[in-house]
Design a protein around this ligand. Structure first.
Ligand SMILES: [Zn+2]
Length: 327
């Protein structure tokens, strides 16, 4: 993914101001009695971590490789094992450097008959180059946080809703080819090819969830999740609702400051599909950068904190069940 550098000039003074002001009077979502009485099973940090390890064990999930194909089959099988209808959406796409791939978006559906639905998504491919490293920058990396963490949290949530059985539809989309973009910014729309394909074609006619939540880099140490700029531009109400809920749970790493606009899968879900979608993504406002190992070889299993995976999963479970209670 890429951040929009145009934001830098306007963002810095804004961040400074934000740091010096108390959070404003955000509307805290009302917690109903029925919701309070829910006794949700715990998100299991070890289970989520094992889902990261499994993906990393395949090797980098670079499009066109055996590891990529094997991981797709594993994700599909895992979701089917939780009794979720699962399909693979194929589509031919061309990358900025002229390579053609048959992309695989993996899509699972919980309670397809329900009209009221939430979309949860993450990308499952690995960037082919660690191009932010000085050494071996033409070689790929494990993508433990960048890619595998979001997938792992979604699989853990799929496992849990099989037990909690919320009365709301949930769709899981694992997008392919998010991370094969042009870091030099010379090519328009070179990132998020899987999400762009899905946003144009969908997987079912008339698909209309109430909103979507994208996870990216949700497994790092010392996470910070500012309100992400693109999400605030298109879906600020959803951001504020989810951040308030997370902070009510005690997860203060969901900070109220706003980070630069990010080009991630949710951009195209908002702009092409017209579905409000937010991004929960680790971003360090002091360094004005994503997590430290972004597109570097150090994005391996040691870069993962199971507790961060658990926090992301817990927030999603609470969102799902709060929406189910409302419906
Ligand atoms: Zn990336």
């Amino acid at each position: 993914m890429l951040e929009d550098l145009k934001w830098f000039s306007v963002l810095i003074p804004f961040v400074w101001l934000s740091c010096n002001n108390k959070p404003t009077d955000e509307r805290i979502p009302e917690v109903t009695e029925a919701f309070k009485q829910l006794d949700l099973p715990q998100v299991n940090a070890d289970s989520a971590f094992e889902f990261v390890r499994k993906q990393v064990d395949f090797g980098p999930r670079v499009p066109g490789t055996a590891a990529h194909a094997a991981c797709a089959s594993w994700i599909e099988g895992k979701m089917q094992s939780y009794q979720l209808e699962t399909m693979i959406q194929h589509g031919m796409v061309t990358t900025y450097d002229g390579k053609q791939f048959d992309l695989k978006n993996i899509i699972s559906t919980y309670r397809p008959e329900l009209k009221r639905r939430i979309l949860l998504c993450a990308h499952w491919d690995t960037r082919p180059f660690a191009d932010r490293d000085d050494d071996n920058s033409d070689k790929t990396f494990d993508g433990a946080n960048d890619g595998a963490s979001g997938v792992a949290v979604l699989i853990e949530v799929a496992r849990l809703i099989g037990q909690t059985k919320p009365e709301i539809g949930v769709d899981f989309i694992f997008f392919d080819l998010e991370d094969y973009g042009d870091a030099q910014g010379q090519t328009e729309n070179s990132w998020c090819l899987g999400a762009q394909y899905w946003a144009k074609n969908k997987h079912v006619a008339g698909y209309n969830p109430i909103y979507g939540i994208l996870l990216d880099m949700v497994g790092g140490h010392n996470p910070v999740f500012p309100k992400e700029g693109t999400s605030m531009k298109y879906a600020s109400g959803i951001v504020n609702k989810v951040w308030s809920l997370a902070r009510n749970l005690g997860y203060t790493m969901f900070i109220n400051n706003i980070s630069p606009e990010t080009t991630d899968d949710h951009l195209y879900i908002n702009t092409i599909a017209g579905i409000p979608c937010i991004d929960i993504v680790h971003y360090n406002l002091t360094k004005m950068d994503y997590m430290d190992c972004h597109h570097r070889h150090c994005d391996d299993l040691t870069n993962i904190d199971p507790l961060t995976l658990k926090i992301a999963g817990h927030v999603l479970m609470e969102v799902i069940h709060q929406e189910a209670v409302k419906g």
